[in-house]
Design a binder for this molecule. Sequence first.
Ligand code: HEC
Ligand code: HEC
Length: 313
Amino acid sequence: MRHARAYGIAVLAALAVAGAVAFAQSTTVPLPEEVPIEAAPLEESAVADLADAEWGDPERGATLASTCAACHGLDGNSTVRDIYPSIAGQSERYIARQLALFKSGERANAIMQPFAAPLSAQDMRDLGAHFAQQQAGAGIADDTVVESGPYADMKFFEVGQQLFRGGDSERDIPACLACHGPTGAGNPGPAYPHVGGQPAWYTARRLQEYRDGTTNERDSGMFEIMHTVAEGLTDEEIQALASYLEGLHPRLDAAMRAAMAQVDPDKVPLPAAPADAGDGAPDATAPEPEAASDEEGVTETEATPETEQPTRQ
Ligand code: HEC
Ligand code: HEC
């Protein structure tokens, strides 16, 4: 595996232009009208207590986070990627909600349940606020060439990339970026989760769960959104999406920031920030969600096999 990533200003400029073009040309499939775009319902079911708790305090969350470190890493980036997903850069609301679901058993997981069980609603939101502030990393996508079938001759991750960016209008599969954003950073308002950089096995498993459509959630509105999205995906597409997302970088690391500072915006027009996918506002007591996604949208993520998507051995 190669990890070398050389960011030059020339590369950046080229990517920014390529990104703008790709973004402008992508034929994003409109979301089906019956899909509800709404804020994660905190008022009902097992997550009810979350609505009464205050917006998470990241400093208090940090004091609780050491219990999570063995599996999710101290900064929320899993250190054992084959077994545990990352939670860095995930939104306060999404994390708190999943913890409540684990605690109640509505999201069934034998490993997480005992860690969620002792947490109060406030603990959950504080932990969420802490991990929302952490910078998410990423892995490496698979660029082996597909030999046969509908995607023959495409690189494996490109199959996922195509669906992520453009969906498939003929099969009513919406573009994932409409809700999860071009870098997979999610949207903290309606709590569309961060999906970039997750280990592929985890993403694939989640997509299979959504496709199968079986859930214990009493208020399954959020789950249903993804069920509608995933029900038409083939196994191959699920694996390819998972691989693409594993390699999807948040991009604005220190080297990138330094390079960005050098770019003359008059000469290199950066793509516009993606429009908010939903109109779901955070609840009244919540301050504007911070950090979680304000780093996206400045530059489009281009999967460039030479620099970003080295071959998996
Ligand atoms: C012993 C290992 C372990 C520990 C410790 C642990 N987790 Fe987890 N966590 C997991 C596993 C495994 C999953 C994936 C569950 C699944 O497959 O659905 C998970 C999933 C999650 C998710 C859902 C992620 C998503 O994207 O939906 C959140 C949120 C989470 N953990 C938060 C925490 C927090 C906060 C703590 C500390 C209080 C913690 N975990 C401690 C193993 C652990
Ligand atoms: C209409 C908005 C919308 C679209 C379009 C969408 N998603 Fe989602 N996605 C969601 C929501 C909402 C959730 C959270 C569901 C839940 O609470 O279980 C989610 C959850 C996920 C998760 C689980 C994340 C985690 O941490 O466990 C993955 C993976 C995912 N989506 C991938 C995709 C992919 C791939 C596509 C495109 C094929 C896509 N999504 C399109 C709204 C959307």
